[in-house]
Design a protein around this ligand. Structure first.
Ligand code: IPM
Ligand code: MG
Length: 359
């Protein structure tokens, strides 16, 4: 029996469908080179799901996701759904899917491509060689805490973490650090927040199980500053849901375009793979979106969910080769472009390089 995997594909809204199509093109190329088969199961989520079914996350999507080997997701959201009640908003669909799948650790690697150092707004010597990983807690904290809501002219959310929630994501950070440069920087706001005090205590305790990894703590405001001042000091950044959301967008700018960064959301059972950027409705349908983040997310999926490490390496190699040879989408076209490509041309180019991969 050959290797055959079932992938639930959620294209979503805005540029979601365009970038996912390119990821699939590349996955098809790499699976044929590496001799495995992928079966795709389409599922609805976000604004489109609301339009079709009246809900941002239909039950059917959850079932499909849970019965497949991995979920590949594009992006959701758009102005036309912004006035819906919170329960019906596209973003709620995504948050509920993450919760349903129990994907508590969101890995967001930030690697600066040598070919694109100029694309960053920061100086070359600050960012050349940056290679860090944000491990963001994804299904707790301020996003999910109770109580929340609106009462008269007050509105509130709660930042809450239990010891076990902190512990499990901390283990992911330390385990990943063991395979990297063995440094974890835990980011919190323990000088002000009780929840951060607990975060710090639990992370310090988990660290005892990883004596080879050096642990530091940093307040989130300082971390925001240090990321710009000297990003190379970081290896793994471990942080909670809201801080990780903010810091990962900030960190994406080290690489020059938010269209470059992939992510893997993992838990004990399931995995969800998605670019860190949003649905960019302003450029949807124009064929100018950068598919790299989604293609690189597909690569993370091959590695983490399917164990197809060579195939994943082939995709990463192909992305680098395409950049080296001067192919660029519009967002990064000012930097070393020999040829400016549409979303779909760029996907075909990567797929073509994958065919030449010798890994
Ligand atoms: C992200 C996004 C989401 C988040 C939104 C779309 C709900 O910003 O994945 O970073 O805040 O987690
Ligand atoms: Mg975000």
């Amino acid at each position: 029996m050959g290797r055959n995997y079932r992938i639930t594909v959620i294209k979503g809204d805005g540029i979601g469908p365009e970038i996912i199509d390119e990821a699939i093109k590349v996955l098809d190329a790499v699976s044929s080179v590496k001799g495995f088969e992928l079966t795709y199961i389409d599922a609805l989520m976000g604004g489109i799901a609301y339009d079709v079914t009246g809900e941002p996350l239909p039950r059917e999507t959850i079932e499909k996701a849970k019965s497949s080997d991995a979920v590949l997701f594009g992006a959701i959201g758009g102005e036309q759904w912004d006035t819906l009640p919170r329960q019906l908003r596209p973003e709620t669909g995504l948050l509920n899917l993450r919760k349903e799948l129990g994907v508590y650790a969101n890995l967001r690697p930030v690697k600066v491509f040598d070919e694109l150092v100029e694309a960053s707004t920061l100086k070359e010597d600050v960012i050349r060689g940056v290679d860090l990983l944000v491990v963001r807690e994804l299904i707790g904290g301020l996003y999910f805490g109770e109580p929340k809501g609106k009462e008269g002219n007050r509105a509130f959310n709660t930042m809450v973490y239990s010891e076990s929630e902190i512990r499990r994501v901390a283990h992911v950070a330390f385990q990943t650090a063991m395979k990297r440069n063995k440094k974890v920087c835990s980011v919190d706001k323990a000088n002000v927040l009780d929840v951060s005090q607990l975060w710090r205590e639990v992370v310090t305790d988990v660290a005892k199980e990883y004596p080879e990894v050096s642990l530091s703590h940093m307040y989130v405001d300082n971390a925001a500053m240090q990321l710009i001042r000297d990003p190379k000091q970081f290896d793994v950044i471990l942080t909670g849901n809201i801080f990780g959301d903010i810091l990962s967008d900030e960190a994406s700018m080290l690489s020059g375009s938010i269209g470059l960064l992939p992510s893997a959301s993992i838990g004990d059972k399931f995995g969800l793979y998605e670019p860190i950027h949003g649905s960019a409705p302003d450029i949807a349908g124009q064929g100018i979106a950068n598919p790299i983040a989604t293609i690189a997310s597909a690569s993370m999926m091959l590695k983490y969910a399917l164990g197809e490490v060579e195939a994943s390496e082939c995709i990463d190699w192909a992305i680098r080769e395409a950049l080296k040879d001067g192919y660029r989408t519009k967002d990064i076209s000012q930097y070393g472009a020999k040829e400016i490509c549409s979303t779909s041309e760029f996907g075909s180019i990567i797929a073509n390089y994958v065919g030449k991969c010798r890994k």
